[in-house]
Design a protein around this ligand. Structure first.
Ligand code: PLP
Length: 331
């Protein structure tokens, strides 16, 4: 993402809009290139950036947007790119969690402008650490290759040349070999996660939200735009894409704190994670003037969101055990 911002020529004086609910890397890269991060609040259903609020946050200084597909759930890609084109903005898709997700049948990664995937250890497929940047422009891809390793290109007086200042962002061959093996299993892995997610919905039942006050993720509806002709709005269930279920996240009711929920689930031998605390409330960002109350939905969700167990080795029986424990803790 940092390389993408550099290629796009973004730096001091430029604003880049992103979501407050992501891994802090999403905003840190904006600071790394000397630009100014601007946050727009999230949609409470999808937990992704709210595109209306994103559009409202655009100023004459805005040069790029970094949408994040939290838990692997894509945004409305038509609308996202319509906004980008209306205001001439570059898009750096933070698809760190979205490998294998699709939108209206097309894989995330095929929409351009820049798409960044992570293959860090807990992602759906992994190279242990690392990731990749997908571009749709030859000249920019060549530049990305240079930035990746000290600006080196295979040309020039001694078989190589250096004409831009790059860094050391290259993936090792060993990691790449692991990645190729993992790629071959992506469809199988994604299908299993979808099966587990569906099982969560089935076992929790349609009255789980009413009984507990917790909020489930939008159910995968497999819907397409034709379900809501003429609009770019999500279908009634809140999604019209196919997520890879990188995470299965619920938002807890206010009556239980996240640490208490995690502790009580641990007593059932069930590990629960959380992704993420709102970025703007970290000290680094508070020191830049961000405060509580600026993005109320992100703050509420960021305080109460938890990630239930979801991994390839998990079985439907594990889902059932998790749901039984949750019922004990929440009902
Ligand atoms: C949404 C999001 N963005 C960025 C990153 C950073 O990816 P990496 O750890 O591969 O640098 C992550 C990884 O956790 C992530 O989940």
């Amino acid at each position: 993402m940092e390389i993408a911002l550099r290629i796009a020529g973004i730096g001091a004086g430029d604003e880049v809009i992103t979501t407050p609910i992501s891994w802090v890397a999403t905003a840190n890269v904006i600071l790394e290139v000397g630009a100014t991060p601007v946050f727009a609040d999230i949609d409470p259903v999808t937990r992704n950036i709210d595109l209306d609020k994103l559009e409202a946050a655009i100023t004459p200084k805005t040069r790029a947007i970094i949408p994040v597909y939290l838990a692997g759930r894509p945004l409305d890609m038509d609308r996202l790119y319509a906004i980008a084109s209306k205001y001439s903005l570059r898009v750096i898709e933070d698809a760190a969690q979205a490998i294998g997700s699709t939108w209206q049948g097309k894989p995330i990664g095929s929409f351009g402008d820049f798409v960044s995937f992570s293959f860090q250890a807990n992602k759906n497929i992994t190279t242990s650490e690392g990731g990749c940047l997908v571009l749709n422009n030859e000249a920019e891809a060549t530049l990305a290759e240079k930035y990746r390793l000290q600006g080196v290109s295979r040309s020039g007086w001694d078989g190589i040349d250096v004409d831009v200042l790059g860094g050391k962002y290259n993936m090792t061959d060993i990691a790449a070999a692991i990645g190729l093996g993992q790629f071959a299993q992506l469809d199988k892995i994604t299908a299993h996660r979808r099966k587990l997610a569906q099982h969560y919905f089935k076992v929790l039942g349609s009255d789980f939200e009413t009984n507990t006050g917790a909020q489930l993720p939008p159910k995968e509806c497999g819907g397409v735009a034709s379900e809501m002709p003429g609009t770019h709005r999500p279908t009634p269930c809140g999604c019209f894409e196919s997520t890879n279920w990188h995470l299965f996240q619920i938002v807890l009711p206010e009556r239980i704190t996240r640490p208490e929920f995690m502790e009580r689930m641990k007593a059932f031998n069930i590990g629960v994670g959380f992704h993420y605390a709102p970025i703007h409330l970290f000290t680094l960002y508070r020191d830049m003037g961000f405060r509580e109350g600026m993005f109320p939905i992100a703050e509420r969700v960021g305080k109460q969101i938890v990630s239930l167990p979801m991994f390839y080795a998990m079985t439907e029986a594990d889902v059932e055990r998790t749901c039984a424990a949750m019922r004990e803790v929440l009902i």
